[in-house]
Design a protein around this ligand. Sequence first.
Ligand SMILES: [Zn+2]
Length: 204
Amino acid sequence: MLKNNKRVIILIKTILYFDNLCMENLILILQNYTIYMKEIIKFIVRKIPRPVLIKFSFVFGKLVGIFYMGNKVECTVCTKKFRKFLPYGNQGQENRLCPSCLSLERHRLIWLFLKKKTGFFTDKLDVLHIAPEQPFYKRFERLKNLNYTTADLESPIAKVKMDIREMPFNDNSFDVLLCNHVLEHIDNELKATKEINRVLKPGG
Ligand SMILES: [Zn+2]
């Protein structure tokens, strides 16, 4: 009987020893896995262009979302909450890109402005969106109150292909014209702003 008890104690000790070993290894594996995943995510957002990421955002968002679970930040565009935003930019600046809709700070601020300070989501409006941003255009297309047109020189997601300095629209056509991150990239921006002024309705 005593011999049997000794055997049981040895067996329990052995199990506990291996159990501890397993736990330690598991913690080590998880720690390394988190570090690797962080590096992989950083590499992906730095090297793969955002339009490509957006195309695969469903898979990317699901994968990355697990590592950014939390409720410290909230995206104004997709309303999802995270521990923090993804790094983005040449230097991989922290806390910038939404893991779900891949919006940046400027998109979240524009969305917030349109929502809080304008009737963009409720009023009947003719809207021209030049160089439509990926996190926006499908959401804007779904808004029933908008007569929404997208335009760009070469973007494949724009419906109308045009030069902003010579727009194929009549005078006074639009209540709202969205044109973000464009004017600083073109020659003769004065001609472009004149065209913007021409196609906008008075007070637009
Ligand atoms: Zn988002």
